[in-house]
Ligand binder design. Sequence first.
Ligand code: ADP
Length: 500
Amino acid sequence: FGTAATALEEPLKPPVEVKYRQLLINGQFVDAASGKTFPTLDPRTGDLIAHVAEGDAEDVDRAVKAARKAFDEGPWPKMTAYERSCVMFRFADLVEKHNDEIAALETWDNGKPYEQACLVEVPMAVRLIRYYAGWADKIHGLTVPADGPYHVQTLHEPVGVAGQIIPWNFPLLMFAWKILPALATGNAIVLKTAEQTPLSALYAAKLAHEAGLPPGVLNIVSGFGPTAGAAIAGHMDIDKLAFTGSTATGQRVMELAAKSNLKTVTLELGGKSPFIVCEDADVDQAAELAHFALFFNQGQCCCAGSRTFVHESIHDEFVEKAKARCISRIVGDPFKKGVEQGPQIDQEQFNKIMGYIKSGKESGATLVTGGERIGTKGFYIMPTIFSDVQDGMPIATDEIFGPVQSIIKFKSLDEVIKRANASQYGLAAGVFTKNLDTANTLTRALRVGTVWINCFDTFDAAIPFGGYKMSGQGREKGIYSLQNYLQVKAVVTPLYNAAW
Ligand code: ADP
């Protein structure tokens, strides 16, 4: 960990200033009604970045009123679809123009490598904005063949005001996944960012307004889950809730939605995704891809390939290669060039991950490499591997959300299918094989929302993403996400001259 240590000794100065730290309601930056603020911290050091306005129920209410007015009185849903599309394309241009600044803000607030934020994540958000800008004027209803003498058609109308709650692991991308399909279909939005990472969404939302988004269409309430988040989930005047976060919180918000006004709910929740390395695999390539599947984004991905199933015939060789790759992983200040892994998001997640590492050691799994924190400041953890992991161990069943790979041996396809499916989660799976029959069999058998064959974490704007089982409900991205924000109205007109 020489590189990591060097990087930690000379942390870079934050490269950007924080321009926006208030709530964004009705197109204006405003303080919270209570006047309260909360600190957002730098995961590299745990030091303060900025105090941000702390929204609560009263602020959510103000935001909902603004959104309601923007939706009911327009102009957003009443603009032509082409005009809305043009605003969204301009928004994409502005995000692209400010790519590096947004990436720096993202790294500062979240701890992810700047190179990744800059070269991958912000450009992915831009691509997603353009993808949905393209959809705005292509929302079609149907003409329906009814039995009687009727002309029947369906209108696809916006749901109204969407409440959206997002997590901290991909602050800008989650913001984009949520708001774009809602905007393309003509809805107004009240969005709560995660309390750990409020900054990039405020910046991007300001750009959306510069692009011509009318006031009230996109409101951002920074704040905490049990206060601002719960106020959104339980609000009587919000028509639809979209949530990404943990399964436990997903259950909570769904209950609030049901108990209030039965708003429709889509959920993108936790996972414990299998990454299955079959016996015919090229072990070098498999170890590299399995490494990426788990360690990308400091292991903080809901779809992380966190159960690495490896066929017994190549198991020992795989473990050696996985270990070598882990040792060469460059951990350090995420603003430094070449750094692959930055700090975890905060003290709470750091403690949770270290707890799982302890549990792995105590449960009898073999610690292959890592297992310790790096440095004494910030939330850096060594890339860690356990082998000899058994299905029932907490490190094999629970979402760790950190840089901890659990390698599990298997003997046959039928066996690995059963074991891979024996999870409350069903978000994604990776399959590594050259054999088409094996790939097809696993693809059909795995009860998950995404199967990546010989690849992982491919997240094009058009590819739907979401979970089976307790990993969620509904799909985001692609055409599927549009349905989440549309009502279907049937229109029935009698045909008086049925002869024609
Ligand atoms: P994590 O453990 O990854 O932080 P959470 O599910 O707790 O996952 O957080 C995801 C999002 O849900 C965050 O924006 C958080 O503030 C919000 N949240 C947490 N608790 C609640 C709650 N009780 N009601 C509504 N939102 C919540």
